[in-house]
Design a binder for this molecule. Structure first.
Ligand code: FES
Ligand code: FES
Length: 149
């Protein structure tokens, strides 16, 4: 039985070790902010943080997340204070339908931890999440705003 630490809370999970982490987060723990898009690690809708790094949870067996710190969109704000990326997203009205945006925000938050002042080239090479509403220019503007915050 895998034991996970999700948003700082330890959870005992009843799942096959090969079950994708995404299903466990959504179906067993009830954290539905993380979305299913493609299921093959291409779109980024399912992005969470594992020990601070962006990971596409649809393609990570749950047993590989054991003993690591998992953070989902529900755990990104701290003590009721939004993460700078979340604030920039609100200020720039980034989401359209919103479906891709939790994964987008998690990917960007991980990028800014690694590179606090990313260039446009850094953004293009790292934020490969797919947005069917085409919010890419707003995403870019909000990333630069978050770095200036
Ligand atoms: S659902 Fe995981 S990358 Fe698309
Ligand atoms: S905001 Fe609709 S898919 Fe990105």
């Amino acid at each position: 039985m895998p034991r996970l630490v999700v948003n700082g809370k330890t959870q005992d999970i009843d799942a096959d070790p090969n079950t994708p982490l995404l299903w466990v987060l959504r179906e067993q723990i009830g954290l539905t902010g993380t979305k299913y898009g493609c299921g093959i690690a291409q779109c980024g809708a399912c992005t969470v943080h594992i020990d601070g790094a962006a990971v596409r949870s649809c393609s990570l067996p749950v047993n590989e997340a054991e003993g690591k710190q998992i953070t989902t969109i529900e755990g990104l704000a701290q003590n009721g204070v939004l993460h700078p990326v979340q604030k920039a997203w609100l200020e720039h009205d980034v989401p359209q339908c919103g479906y891709c945006q939790t994964g987008m925000i998690m990917a960007v938050a991980a990028l800014l931890t690694e590179k606090p002042k990313p260039t446009d080239a850094d953004i293009d090479s790292t934020i490969t999440n797919i947005c069917r509403c085409g919010t890419f220019q707003q995403v870019r503007a909000a990333i630069h705003a978050a770095t200036d915050a």
